[in-house]
Design a protein around this ligand. Structure first.
Ligand code: SF4
Length: 108
C-alpha cells in the first residue's frame, strides 16, 4: 500500500516518516485549511480550523518535530504555523540534547 502525504495527498518516498499513516488530517476533507491563503481573516479562520484538527491528532508531536527539523516553510504542521515553528526551532536548536528538544516540542 502506498502511503500518502496527509495534507497534500501525494505519495510519500520510502524514507519519509511513516507516522503520517496515523495523521488526523488524512481524513480531513478540507485539507486546504492546512495551507491557508487569501485575506487575513480567512487565513486566521483556516489556521484555527487546522489547529483544531492537529489538537486531536495522535501523531502531533512527531509531525511538529519533523516540521521543525526539516524547516517546513508553509502551512500548519503539528498545530503550529510557520512563525510559531521558527520560534520553536530556536529553542530546539539551543537544547543540549535530543531528549531536551523533545521535551520542548512536547510542551508546545
Ligand atoms: S499534527 Fe496536524 S498537520 Fe500534523 S499530521 Fe496531525 S493533523 Fe496533520
Amino acid at each position: 500500500m502506498t502511503l500518502l502525504h496527509p495534507v497534500l495527498n501525494l505519495p510519500l518516498e520510502d524514507d519519509l516518516p511513516h507516522w503520517r499513516e496515523d495523521a488526523a488530517c488524512r481524513a480531513d476533507e478540507a485539507a486546504e485549511v492546512f495551507f491557508p491563503g487569501g485575506d487575513r481573516g480567512q487565513t486566521k479562520t483556516m489556521t484555527d480550523a487546522a489547529k483544531r484538527v492537529c489538537a486531536g491528532c495522535p501523531v502531533r508531536i512527531d509531525c511538529l518535530l519533523y516540521a521543525v527539523e526539516t524547516r517546513q516553510e508553509y502551512g500548519v504542521w503539528g498545530g503550529a504555523t510557520e512563525p510559531e515553528r521558527r520560534r520553536l526551532a530556536r529553542k530546539v536548536n539551543a537544547a543540549p540534547s535530543r531528549t531536551a528538544a523533545l521535551r520542548i516540542i512536547s510542551a508546545s
